[in-house]
Structure formats: C-alpha cells, structure tokens
Design a protein around this ligand. Structure first.
Ligand code: TMP
Length: 263
C-alpha cells in the first residue's frame, strides 16, 4: 500500500491518501492538546500507544458486530483505514458525571447516572465544539433522523462492550467521545455508517476501579503528571504492552510543553 499526499491534519492525527481511493492511512502523532488547542505539548510515545490501544479496541468491537473503519495496523504509528465521510458531530456518552457536564449543569462530580447520557457536539474548532440537540443536527442536515437512530443504538452498544472490556482490567469507563462516518461498501453498492476515528485514553475517561486514579488524558488536561505512564498502564492491562511490539525503542515519559496560553 503506497502512502500518498497528506489529506488532512488534525490535532492528534494525520490522514494520508493511498493508491486505493477507498482507503487512507491514519497516523498517530505524539501531540496532545486541551481546551481547544490552548494547551499543547508533545507526549513522547503517546501516538504509538494510542495506535495500539485503538487497534485493540476497534478489533474487539468489530468482533462483536460493530462495523468500523479499521482494516489493519501497519506499523508503530499508522493504521490502514476505510476512507470515511465523517459526520461533523462528536458523540459523547457519560456513565458518571465529571468534566464539562459537572461545570455546565452543576452536577456533583462522580454522580452515577441512572442510564448512559448521550450528548452531541458540533465539530467546529472556531466555536469550541458546542453542545447541540438532535433538532440542530436534523435542521442543519448534519445527519438524518434514521442515521442518528442507528448511531445512537450503536453508541449504546459500544458503551456496554467498552465498559465490559475495561471492567475486566480493573478500570471504570466514566465517559468517552466517538465519531462516525460513511464509507462505500463495494459488495452492497451503497454507503454504510461505521465507527471511525479512534478510541484511546485521549478520547475516554478511565479510572482505576480501586483507587479512582485517572488513566487518561485528564492527567494532561489537569497537569497531574505521569501522562504516558497512565497510557502505558492501560496498554499493559489490555495485554498489548510491551513484549509484543518493539515499543521500547520509543523514548517514553517526557512531556515537552509547546505553548501554554491563558484563556
Ligand atoms: P468533556 O467532559 O470535556 O465534555 O469530555 C467528555 C468526553 O469526551 C471525555 O471522555 C473526553 C472526550 N473528549 C474528546 O475526546 N475530545 C474533546 O475534544 C473533548 C472536549 C472531550
């Protein structure tokens, strides 16, 4: 598979075209950002870990019937994926209240929600990804009612499966963000909705069950230290670290600040 031109560069990943018009390469960078890019740093080794963790999770979800964009991991930092038209929406699921929910509605931190709470944010950096309702999504044509119905049911199933995967390794899934896209299905001769992007400690809140120690990007957002060690811990518990890869070649552990602006 030949790697072609860069198609898109986001905050944590780069997408490259390939010689197959239906496939692209997703490259995981070490860059970490928070608060819509106000805080930035390089966390050495993060891209390698997220590549492995996301591969593991999407493969497992795929085996449980969740269609997703992953074809295969190519190397330490890259995956071959299906080229998707991404819905401009971040789909957030919350099991326990924390983060922006506690701030926005003054819900006490750690409140266990009666049932998973689904939220939708419009993906628009300039607007800081505002929370929107389903009515906004339909009104502005970001997705149809049928599409959201299917996505909601996939999202709740993903929450159940992910909660189980993490519970099995002593981790509570507090909340997470996922994205979906439409890909061309050659045998069906039509587009279908698939889970896209990544699922990793960048996009989930993961707390150790016993100690409630944070094992996710909140360590970076809140300057808690040991960011990469937390990601390594997740990978180690999932059984994908470090023996099966030559991951030790990567220089782990340093967080190099790039820029820190006041809001
Ligand atoms: P929030 O509490 O900051 O709204 O975050 C909810 C979940 O979404 C949490 O697991 C972190 C994840 N998330 C992302 O993956 N990307 C983002 O840009 C934001 C704001 C949150």
């Amino acid at each position: 598979m030949n790697k072609g031109n860069k198609l898109y560069e986001g905050k944590a990943k780069i997408i490259y075209e390939t010689n197959d018009k239906y496939l692209v390469i997703q490259h995981f960078k070490d860059d970490a950002t928070a608060f819509n890019n106000l805080k930035k740093a390089k966390v050495e080794g993060k891209g390698v870990l997220n590549n492995r963790i996301s591969e593991y999770i999407l493969t497992n979800l795929g085996q449980c019937g969740i269609k997703n964009h992953l074809i295969k991991r190519l190397n330490m930092r890259e995956q071959l994926i299906k080229k998707a038209e991404i819905f401009p929406i971040e789909f957030i699921v919350r099991n326990i209240a924390t983060g922006s929910l506690t701030k926005r509605l003054n819900i006490p931190e750690g409140t266990v929600l009666d049932k998973p709470l689904l939220e939708y944010c419009y993906k628009k950096d300039e607007l800081q990804d505002p929370l929107v309702s389903k009515e906004h999504i339909y009104s502005f044509g970001w997705a149809t009612e049928d599409e959201i119905k299917l996505i909601d049911s996939m999202t709740l199933r993903i929450n159940d499966l992910l909660s189980g995967i993490f519970r099995g390794i002593g981790i509570k899934l507090i909340d997470f963000k996922i994205e979906y896209g439409k890909v061309w299905n050659e045998s069906l001769k039509k587009k279908e909705i698939v889970l896209a992007d990544e699922i990793s400690p960048d996009t989930c809140r993961l707390w150790d069950i016993k100690t409630e120690r944070k094992l996710d990007k909140d360590r970076f957002r809140k300057d808690l230290g040991n960011v990469i060690q937390a990601y390594q811990e997740v990978a180690r518990r999932l059984g994908i670290m470090p023996e099966e890869t030559n991951i030790s070649e990567v220089n782990f552990g340093k967080t190099v600040p790039i820029k820190l602006k006041k809001k």
